[in-house]
Design a protein around this ligand. Structure first.
Ligand code: AMP
Ligand code: MG
Length: 269
């Protein structure tokens, strides 16, 4: 199955409501999907090792979604085979005073993966057109111009050999409630919850509108958004890992070939 084709957000016609968070693309066997996800993880490990050796391109993976959508879980599962040397995860929280004194992309640009690396953003520059919009943290004139700024920024990255893959982890409101309750009742996981999560939930439909707009305005062939049905964690892991593998395969990554004169002879120079 070509998960990229199935889940990519097509720019003009994109409607978030057309995407079912419960969709499993015909898969119904969790064990089979789990096996496939593991195979993808192994492929990813090999691809990453060539990416690192080639040292020409960087991969940027952007993860967005409502609270409890599974951003942390995706990182844990999908990247489990990846060599930590060559991969970095950045979680974007509320901006610091210093960050607020700069343009909104300043902290983002600083966190970009260098050539040869995979960078994962747990939240991203998209928060500046999501939470900022929903809570009026900036006037409309300010956040609405950011769609263009984001497109231009991502164009620039693309022209500098950064491969951008953006994932929206699509869960339903009912699934979020279920996950919140499970967290509250679990002493090992209730640290992840706060009363603020329950307050944010009140803004569910405002967030859906903001996501709809952000995805519609910034999904392009060279910086696509994938809307991943995420009510089922096993499906989410399989689909995301498959998309990353397919995108990396397409790069035709190659180990560097040394010119004859530079090949090591195994003797002191
Ligand atoms: P978490 O991902 O659960 O650790 O929460 C991080 C929090 O930081 C979320 O509530 C985000 O909405 C918030 N956040 C991230 N980026 C921004 C931003 N640019 N402006 C305001 N809040 C942000
Ligand atoms: Mg949270």
């Amino acid at each position: 199955m070509d998960f990229r084709k199935r889940f990519v957000a097509k720019k003009k016609s994109f409607r978030l409501t057309d995407h079912d968070p419960d969709d499993t693309a015909g898969f119904d066997d969790e064990a089979v999907a789990g096996e496939q996800a593991r195979e993808n993880t192994q492929k990813l490990e090999k691809l990453q090792s060539v990416l690192y050796a080639e040292h020409k391109r960087a991969i940027l993976i952007v993860l967005q979604g409502m609270d409890a959508a599974g951003k942390d879980g995706t990182i844990k599962h999908v990247m489990s085979g990846v060599n930590p040397q060559g991969c970095q995860v950045t979680a974007f929280k509320q901006p610091s005073h210093e960050e607020l004194d700069h343009d909104f992309l300043w902290r983002i640009h600083k966190a970009m993966p260098p050539r040869g690396d995979i960078g994962i953003f747990n939240r991203s520059h998209y928060e500046d057109v999501l939470v900022v919009r929903v809570h009026n943290l900036a006037p409309k004139e300010v956040w609405s111009d950011r769609f263009r700024q984001i497109r231009e920024f991502e164009d620039m990255l693309y022209r500098n050999q950064v491969v951008i893959l953006k994932f929206f982890l699509n869960i339903s409101k009912a699934e979020q409630e279920k996950r919140f309750q499970a967290r509250v009742g679990d002493p090992d996981r209730n640290w992840k919850s706060s009363d603020a999560d329950f307050t944010e939930r009140k803004f569910w439909s405002e967030y859906q509108d903001a996501y709809q707009d952000a995805i519609q305005k910034t999904s392009r062939a060279h910086a696509p958004w994938y809307v991943i049905p995420s009510n089922h964690k096993w499906f989410r892991n399989m689909a995301i890992s498959a998309i990353i593998v397919d995108a990396m395969k397409e790069l035709n990554l190659r180990y560097p070939v040394l010119p004859e004169a530079k090949k090591p002879t195994g003797k002191p120079a």
